[in-house]
Design a protein around this ligand. Structure first.
Ligand code: PLP
Length: 452
């Protein structure tokens, strides 16, 4: 068992270096990855040798997203309880597909599901699926929608396929996340036939512009725009458009978590009126990659869209995890989710969301005070800043990335080039925020001085 001790030592060293090192690997550390590109040798290696190679060459080339100063994309960190539960579940090597293959995995999925529905204020009898990420959660929720709407119109999509099926109109906003488009395309519902509703200056769907549809329709709304963090007016859209033939799906990859915060839940007002919801646990719940969650109000729709049967699979009345996800065999994702929730409790989760939102506000006001333009209303954890022209913004962002104290990515928001800052890690301390603000301002000012 020496390899476990060897592994623990290496893991401890990696974690203890997070606070001080660079957030993004240096180019020379990335270049060293080339040494791994060798033909597979004939003879076996022992575990220590493999770990050594992985750690010595791999660890320096990692992006330190588990530390407190990574603000790229919307990534989230890794809570210690969730990370150790994930390691424990790897040691157990449980297959979560069937309850008979892992009673612990299916029990913790059921418990986490009950807690999550309660936290989000969703009906307690929703079906929950533990999938790889929000893209697959969108896919699963939309597959349930497709099943339900076609069944209403006397068509069985799973039996008969889609050729000749009644048409479903799909409505999204102009700011729909690409993962919803990917899910729609994988479901045979196409990208170019989508009806796109205009948005306002924050990227929110304009509820009054949602067209009235007679036949079956899916309306995809967003809880948390990937750039601005803004929310579509979900409650209003549901109230204006709900009918037997309409299904509202919420893409809430990170924004859904606003619903668990006393201060921020106003943003998600009315989400319980929707029919399905997709979110990530690997983003703001700070569960290690990967883990997404889908919730569906009509349990039988997700079940019918996802289930499969074979003679060796016991048909029993209890919840079988594989009947609610695209995968059959899979990782036991309920274990780290359970551990994250158990370690935070309701208060800890509320505080995590609110702390990150306050940190985002602090960053925005420091940058604004220094004369830079903040492009969004900072209602959640996302900040977009322009340092001037597109060239200036891109160059300063590149310099910030190279300087290494923190890491932020870029975007284009309503025609303006911006650097995007997402605060979504439990590990981000106020000291990390101050250090990062100081580094960003130093780099930006140096650029300004040099270019005048
Ligand atoms: C609004 C939104 N939807 C979907 C996704 C895709 O999530 P994932 O990469 O976990 O599948 C993201 C990712 O940032 C997102 O912000």
């Amino acid at each position: 068992m020496n390899w476990i001790e060897n592994f623990s030592k290496r893991a401890t060293r990696y974690m203890s270096q997070l606070e001080h090192g660079r957030v993004y690997p240096s180019q020379s550390d990335v270049d060293k990855l080339k040494s791994l590109r060798a033909p597979l040798q004939d003879e076996p290696l022992n575990v220590e040798e493999v770990l050594e190679e992985l750690d010595v060459t791999g660890s320096p080339a990692t992006v330190r997203t588990t530390g407190g100063r990574y603000f790229g994309f919307v990534i989230g960190g890794s809570l210690p309880a969730a990370m150790s539960a994930k390691l424990m579940s790897a040691i157990w090597d449980q297959n979560a597909g069937l309850s008979v293959m892992s009673p612990i995995a299916s029990t913790l999925e059921e418990i986490s599901s009950e807690w999550l529905l309660d936290l989000f204020g969703l009906p307690s009898n929703c079906a929950t699926g533990f999938v790889t990420g929000d893209t697959m959660a969108n896919f699963s929720g939309l597959a349930a929608a497709r099943h339900h709407l076609l069944k209403l119109n006397n068509w069985n999509a799973e039996e008969d396929g889609l050729f000749g099926a009644p048409e479903i109109t799909v409505i999204t906003s102009e700011e729909v996340h690409v993962s919803v488009l990917k899910a729609l395309n994988m479901l045979g519902m196409g990208r170019s036939r989508i009806v796109k509703v205009p948005v306002d200056s924050q990227g929110r769907m304009i509820a009054s512009r949602v067209p009235k549809i007679d036949g079956p329709a899916i309306i995809c709304v967003q809880a948390g725009n990937v750039n601005s963090g803004s929310f579509d007016p979900i409650g209003e859209i549901c109230e204006r458009n709900k009918s037997d033939q309409t299904w509202v799906h919420v893409d809430g990859a990170f924004g859904m978590w606003a619903a668990v915060s006393n201060e921020k839940k106003y943003l998600a007002k009315g989400i319980e009126l929707a029919d399905s919801w997709a979110t990530d646990a690997h983003k703001w719940l700070n569960v290690p990659y990967d883990c997404g969650l889908v919730f569906v109000k009509r349990k039988e729709s997700l079940f019918n869209a996802m289930s499969a049967s074979a003679s060796y699979l016991q048909e029993i009345s209890i919840r079988e995890p594989y009947q609610f996800t695209p995968e059959m065999s899979r990782e036991a994702r309920g274990i780290p989710v359970w551990a994250a929730l158990r370690s935070l409790g309701k208060k800890g989760l509320n505080d995590l969301i609110e702390r990150n939102c306050n940190q985002a506000k602090k960053i925005a006001s420091a940058l604004e005070k220094a004369g830079f333009q903040i492009l969004n209303d900072v209602v959640l954890n996302q900040v977009m800043v322009s340092f001037g022209s597109p060239e200036e913004t891109n160059q300063i962002m590149k310099n910030i990335q190279e300087e290494g104290t923190c890491w932020c990515g870029g975007t284009v928001w309503q025609g303006k080039t911006a650097m995007r800052i997402s605060v979504s890690s439990w590990a981000t301390t106020d000291k990390d925020v101050e250090k990062s603000i100081a580094a960003i301002l130093k780099v930006a000012k140096k650029y300004q001085v040099l270019s005048t």
